[in-house]
Design a protein around this ligand. Structure first.
Ligand code: CAA
Length: 417
């Protein structure tokens, strides 16, 4: 479906694919085992200009959007899901600045991110606030021309490796809708410490850590956009644009697993023939390929909606994340099944795809949260379907067979005048 992509987008995809095959795939198992940040891969991505793909040209980027971001993430994840998120999380961290930062904040923070000189992370979740993001308790108060930040963040992807952090904190505990603001913290700020590093099932090459802020004093100009109270809205707007990226990570994992399983099936001989000649394996491959392609088209549609600022973008982003990540979990599990006993072993590359896929159903909003977001949007949209009410019996009309029988009986008892 290249006809639907711009020449620039295709160029980014091909560049990412080349880098993924040349640099990422040969190193994927090594960094997965070591659970270490692959700085050599970061360097290769920076050299290829990849970190600027979603950043506008006026801030040193390549001027692409969510579409180009997704194409690059898909290709990187095809070789390593950890590298896919190691890259994409910089978009998640920088979207708040892009969407809501002051001109000075954009000029200061975006160019070094675009060059890959500085990495960024997104600090929203806390121990008591995972799905219930607005329940966060990290707080900041003004003291002269500083904000004083206190609290801890949990599950911070890229933490420790990153130089810049978009941090969400309560700045007005008395307000219902303007409670939270976003602040920009930098590595080295006094009172800011990186806490424990998690030992993870998958995406092991990218760190996930706790962050601690202990009377961390941030200059007033670190308040995102210079206005307090808009943090939750900006976090939600950010997630709308980042969720297709998680979907693309899932898509890349599913694509990579399908390719490996197909090659394995054509080589593996049982009962005197390649297992790809058995219809049960063929049916699995056909179902896997069909769902991968369905996921791809939904993600690209969601990315286009985000880039066009279409009103459907919240729903489309959530749908793409929900569908693609459920699909990736199934496809990567089926790929392990096709590899059989070998697939379960760490010597083979396939089990890592399944481990890496699992987190895509959880982070940037669990798939339960995506369903909630989709359903809320559907219910909002029901307002435009008023004409259908004429065709739907209301609750006080007969609407079950029992009601109907009762109504008919009552009618039969009514004397004809
Ligand atoms: N765009 C703009 N504004 C939005 C919005 C959107 N998509 N969604 C909600 N808002 C606004 C609402 O309009 C409302 O504004 P007002 O108060 O002015 O009316 C406000 O935000 C509150 O909205 P809700 O009442 O819908 O909020 P809620 O408390 O019910 O939460 C939720 C909704 C969808 C469950 C949300 O909390 C959510 O998305 N939770 C999941 C959090 C999440 O995805 N965390 C991921 C962390 S990052 C991560 O995982 C990174 C990583 O490791 C890689």
């Amino acid at each position: 479906m290249d006809a639907l992509l711009s020449p620039e987008a295709i160029e980014w995809r091909e560049k990412a694919r080349d880098l993924a095959e040349r640099v990422v795939r040969p190193l994927a198992a090594k960094y997965d085992r070591a659970q270490e940040y692959p700085w050599e891969i970061r360097d290769a991505l920076a050299e290829a200009g990849m970190f600027g793909v979603w950043i506008p040209k006026e801030y040193g980027g390549a001027g692409g959007g969510v579409m180009e971001l997704c194409l690059v993430v898909e290709q990187l994840s095809r070789a390593c899901g950890g590298v896919g998120v190691l890259f994409a999380v910089n978009a998640l961290g920088s979207f708040p600045i892009l969407l809501a930062g002051t001109e000075e904040q954009k000029q200061k923070y975006l160019p070094p991110i675009a060059k890959g000189e500085k990495l960024i992370a997104f600090a929203l979740s806390e121990r008591p606030a995972g799905s219930d993001a607005s329940g966060l308790v990290t707080n900041a108060h003004q003291d002269g021309d500083h904000w004083v930040l206190n609290g801890s963040k949990k599950w911070n992807t890229n933490g420790g490796a990153a130089d810049i952090y978009s941090v969400f904190a309560v700045t007005d505990p008395t307000s219902k809708s303007r409670r939270i603001s976003a602040l920009i913290a930098e590595k080295g700020d006094e009172g800011f410490e990186i806490g424990r590093t998690e030992d993870k099932m998958g995406i092991r090459c990218v760190p996930v850590v706790e962050l601690h802020f202990n009377d961390c004093r941030l200059p007033a100009d670190r308040l995102l956009g210079g206005k307090p109270g808009l943090g939750f809205k900006h976090a939600m707007m950010t997630l709308d644009r980042a969720r297709p990226g998680v979907a693309a990570q899932a898509l890349g994992l599913a694509t990579g697993a399908l390719e490996l399983a197909t090659v394995y099936a054509t080589d593996r001989v049982q009962f005197g023939q390649p297992i790809s000649s058995f219809q049960m394996i063929q049916a699995m491959l056909a179902d896997m390929a069909s769902s991968v392609e369905a996921g791809r088209q939904l993600i690209y549609a969601a990315a286009r909606a985000c880039d066009a600022g279409d009103r459907s973008l919240t729903k489309m982003a959530a749908m793409s994340k929900l569908y693609a990540t459920e699909m990736a979990m199934k496809v990567t599990t089926d790929a392990v099944q096709i590899f059989g006993g070998y697939g379960y072993m760490k010597d083979y590359p396939i089990e890592k795809y399944m481990r890496d896929a699992k987190i895509t159903q959880i982070y940037e909003g669990t798939n339960q949260v995506q369903r909630l977001v989709i359903a809320r949007q559907l219910i909002k949209e029901a307002g435009s379907l008023d004409h259908l009410r004429a065709f739907i019996p209301l609750p006080d009309h007969p609407n079950t067979l029992e009601d109907l029988a009762r109504a008919e009986a009552e009618q039969a008892e009514t004397p004809v005048s």
